[in-house]
Ligand binder design. Structure first.
Ligand code: MN
Length: 262
């Protein structure tokens, strides 16, 4: 089995090494990861400049781009190797609830899913004093189960592991994406040259209570596994919007302005 690994914490991240070590028990591991930390880079693809690739070990490569760039390059021909599975992580910090839309870790797995490969993202829910031991074992368990069962169409697994020793983990919960209550704050300061700058800071997130959520599972000491797909359509809202009357013929014309893209 050939396994491709990427992450958004960058090539030097400890979690990447733990993931590679763990999955090497199942097959040959190839690593294509950003050359620096690209957390919160979301599903960004670099189109406005060339990408440079550096081989740092026989099956290890860095790219001066995003996690999505790494996976796209690896799966679309940069590596002459057929992959059976793609794994992203192990991220420092949980990727739960609405935060999955910002996540480079989750997006790397999404990119693989879009290209037709089974994939999962793996994160430890802690910012410091991170214990990767449990997550390494979870990686092997999830990889084996995906190989055994296959994944539902267009679906990846978003796995979040509590930050504790393996024996303290309560179990595995199949969960839903939770809802975060945002406590982000903008800090305004002045630089040494008198110019203002802003820094997006975050307080510890709070969460809307829901027993089925990823956050609830991890808080209860369980591994959270959420099946995600990239279709963001709100199916219930489609029905509601279909009841709206759109007065297309009554939209006032904007004289002289033409909405045509080059
Ligand atoms: Mn990260």
């Amino acid at each position: 089995m050939n396994i491709l690994i990427s992450n958004d914490d960058g090539i030097h991240a400890r979690g990447l090494r733990v993931l590679a070590d763990a999955l090497s028990s199942l097959g040959e591991v190839w690593v294509v990861a950003p050359d620096r930390e690209r957390s919160a880079s979301s599903h960004a693809l670099t189109l406005n400049r060339p990408l440079r690739v550096t081989k740092v070990a026989p099956t290890w490569f860095t790219v001066d781009g995003t996690p999505t760039d790494c996976v796209a390059l690896a799966l679309m021909g940069m590596i002459k190797q057929k992959f059976d599975l793609v794994a992203s992580g192990i991220n420092i910090g949980g990727n739960m609830g609405d935060d999955v839309t910002y996540s480079g870790t989750v997006s790397a797995a999404f990119e693989a899913t879009l290209l037709g490969y089974p994939a999962f993202a793996l994160s430890v829910v802690a910012q410091r004093r991170v214990n990767f031991t449990a997550a390494g074992r979870v990686a092997v368990m999830v990889a084996e189960l995906i190989t055994q069962h296959g994944l539902p169409r267009n679906t990846m697994l978003n796995v979040n592991v509590p930050n504790c020793r393996p024996s303290a983990i309560k179990g595995v919960a199949i969960t839903q994406q939770g809802r975060r209550r945002y406590g982000d704050i903008i800090v305004r300061k002045v630089d040494p040259r008198g110019k203002a700058y802003y820094w997006i800071g975050g307080k510890e997130p709070t969460w809307e209570p829901s027993e089925e959520s990823d956050y609830a599972a991890v808080t209860a000491g369980s591994i959270s596994i959420t099946p995600l797909h990239i279709d963001l359509t709100n199916s219930r809202a489609v029905k509601e919007l279909q009841r709206w009357k759109f007065p297309w013929n009554h939209i006032p014309s904007t004289a002289g302005r033409r909405h045509v893209t080059a």
